[in-house]
Design a protein. Structure first.
Length: 414
């Protein structure tokens, strides 16, 4: 498939679900906008499609929302994603057209994961089972997950777990924050779909990844702001924004007391946590963390009721690292590549505005891809572009001496 080329096909529910027969292939010029998002903080992939209906889709259907949307895209490796319509948002008259018989259709679509997570409730129970094995069982038998791209087992075994007519989403949300990785030894799991498949892995394992994402370039895979030798360089940053520190959201990462209950002694467990000790357990993408020592374990009191102190600690650490990683995010726009995926590591050569410095002391170096918005728009150049939300949970080597230093680091020498 040539650079920037893509196809969108809509299949009716009474037609065999393939991409070769009995389908309506939208002409790219009739696509007003289309995008879909993969995110390590989200279980499924969601997106929107708006197109001019010059094919009579609404009339022939009628357009019930049971149709399947196939998106075929790729520069080097052609890929196909199957999506299901979640809602038909709006059907309206095509603008600048005299006849009101022609219309534009706007829909929200999701992958099968999102639908299976929420549509059914189950009653199941497990005894003396690893948390990760329970999640794998739910994934296989309730979510139609045939295999995992990446799967990190948990350390914890639950003596029993009863699923009281919960949805798979409710069950996984309860389980996921109580486990810690057998590889990373840390809490803070992410369960998500990306272009590579389904993943169940700790954020610590993703942050500690030393491998840089390979998109097939012969030159170094660094992301740059200027590329005079190649105007079409795939990793050239076309635009960027930085989300700064938000102190209104720091209360939950300063510290907390997490309470459980000892059924044998009829007494409370009280687990105290502070910023300085929590941050030292996780890999930072820089030499200095984002804050000075803001430790204060009186900022939050959480009543959980669990009777295992390790699980109580996991609950806090799970919430801590997920919230902390969102404190400084960078958004960049680049040319589209189907080989990029959420959860991968990239390196940015970020120049410094200070004449005496070569690289930006705060922002140069490694970033973890939190999410990718794949945007397909025939009226934009390039027609296939991606918006990457990147986690930068530490400064590469800040001038400011008051910041807590990183204990565990994953940095690039620039």
């Amino acid at each position: 498939m040539e650079t920037g080329k893509y196809s969108i096909i809509i299949t009716r529910p009474d037609v065999k679900k393939d991409t070769t027969t009995g389908n309506i292939r939208l002409d790219n010029k009739d696509i007003i906008d289309c995008y879909f998002i993969e995110d390590i903080y989200s279980y499924g992939i969601v997106g929107k499609l708006k197109f001019n209906d010059l094919y009579g889709i609404v009339e022939r259907g009628p357009f019930t929302g049971n149709e399947t949307v196939y998106i075929i895209y790729g520069e080097d490796d052609e890929r196909t994603h199957e999506f299901y319509i979640y809602s038909v948002n709006k059907i309206s008259q095509i603008t600048n057209v005299e006849s009101s018989s022609q219309n534009a259709v706007e829909i929200t679509f999701t992958d099968n994961m999102f639908i299976n997570l929420t549509k059914n409730r189950y009653s199941r129970s497990w005894t003396d089972t690893l948390i990760s094995d329970i999640i794998k069982d739910i994934s296989t038998n309730m979510l139609d997950v045939t295999s995992f791209n990446e799967f990190e087992a948990t350390q914890e075994t639950l003596p029993y777990f009863y699923m009281p007519y919960w949805t798979p989403l409710e069950s996984i949300n309860w389980l996921i924050k109580r486990g810690s990785g057998a590889t990373s030894k840390k809490a803070g799991y992410a369960y998500y779909n990306n272009g590579e498949g389904t993943n169940f892995v700790t954020l610590e394992k993703l942050l500690a990844n030393k491998s840089i994402l390979n998109t097939g370039l012969k030159t170094p895979e660094d992301y740059v702001f200027e590329s005079p030798e190649d105007a079409e360089y795939r990793n050239k940053i076309l635009g960027w924004t930085l989300q700064g520190i938000d102190n209104t959201g720091t209360n939950s990462i300063k510290g907390a007391h997490v309470f459980g209950y000892n059924f044998a002694t009829k007494s409370l467990y009280d687990r105290s946590h502070e910023y300085s000790t929590s941050i030292s357990q996780y890999t930072m993408l820089g030499r200095k963390t984002l804050f000075p020592d803001i430790s204060n374990d009186t900022m939050m009191y959480s009543l959980e009721g669990d009777n295992d102190t390790d699980i109580l600690d996991n609950i806090y650490q799970h919430n801590f690292i997920r919230k902390y990683n969102l404190q400084q995010c960078v958004s960049i726009i680049v040319r589209g590549s189907e080989r990029r995926h959420a959860g991968a590591m990239i390196n940015i050569r970020w120049p410094s505005p200070i004449k005496e410095e070569i690289s930006n002391r705060n922002l140069a170096g490694r970033f973890l891809i939190k999410s990718i918005t794949h945007s397909l728009n025939p009226y934009r150049n390039p027609p296939y572009r991606q918006k990457l939300i990147l986690i930068k949970n530490a400064y590469s080597d800040s001038f400011y001496p008051g910041l807590v230093k990183s204990t565990k680091k994953n940095v690039t020498v620039i």
